[in-house]
Design a protein around this ligand. Structure first.
Ligand SMILES: N[C@@H](CCC(=O)N[C@@H](CS)C(=O)NCC(=O)O)C(=O)O
Length: 221
């Protein structure tokens, strides 16, 4: 059994959440950069780490784990308590909500990525899905901003792993939403970009594999 933290990561994917956390917390780790060509994600070896053959996947002291939100919470609990809100903490409920809300945002990003980037043949893409999912993505972010009530981060006591779970979607939204579609979004993205832990994660992220354009406009209705 190998000691320490290993992360299997595809640049620009949800595994950036874990990479960001590791840099925020200053946790030493070994990074395995993977491609997005299904084949490396679907090997028998990788399927032992992630049942659906996804990233992120980690091994922590030799034990495999998938699901970015669960990984963040587990790492907070075991190695970086300042980034978590443990059971009994007055912000525990809001913290858990934020950790999981990341995937409410993430589902819209995934659908947009599929229709703008992954589906290469124009006839496979749906302009309706692109418009609908962009509007739904904007709503998730507007809702989170409303909860923040003018604060910089989700919880009154300050930055936590919940901001990383949600922040990944906030950051990636730049590919699909303009600043005027979600008032406050560009300031939020700037706050994320200013964090040394996020900057270090971006530097380690590897060459872009998913988004090659700066912005993916959707067709007019
Ligand atoms: N809920 C999971 C989602 C993991 C996920 O779907 N990751 C994507 C990258 S963003 C992936 O590995 N996709 C590869 C595929 O679908 O084949 C998490 O948050 O870790």
């Amino acid at each position: 059994m190998s000691a320490g933290i290993e992360l299997w990561h595809v640049p620009q994917s949800r595994s950036l959440r874990v990479l960001w956390f590791l840099h925020e917390a200053g946790l030493p780790h070994r990074l395995h950069l993977m491609g997005f060509d299904g084949s490396s994600l679907r090997t028998r070896e990788h399927l032992t780490r992630s049942p659906a053959g996804r990233v992120p996947a980690v091994e922590i002291d030799g034990e495999a784990m998938a699901e970015s939100g669960a990984i963040l919470d587990y790492l907070a609990e075991t190695r970086a308590p300042a980034l978590g809100r443990a059971p009994g903490h007055p912000e525990r409920r809001a913290y858990l909500e934020g950790l999981h809300y990341g995937e409410t945002i993430g589902q819209h990003l995934a659908n947009l990525t599929q229709h703008h980037v992954i589906l290469r043949e124009p006839q496979m893409r749906s302009a309706t899905v692109m418009r609908l999912e962009a509007a739904r993505l904007a709503k998730t972010l507007t809702g989170a901003l409303r909860r923040m009530e003018g604060r910089d981060w989700l919880l009154p006591s300050g930055f936590s792993a919940a901001d990383i779970a949600v922040g990944y979607g906030v950051w990636q939204a730049k590919y699909f939403l303009t600043a005027d579609e979600v008032p406050g979004l560009s300031d939020w993205q700037a706050r994320i970009a200013a964090r040394p832990g996020f900057q270090a994660a971006l530097a380690a992220d590897g060459p872009p594999l998913i988004y090659r354009a700066d912005f993916y406009p959707r067709p007019e209705a």
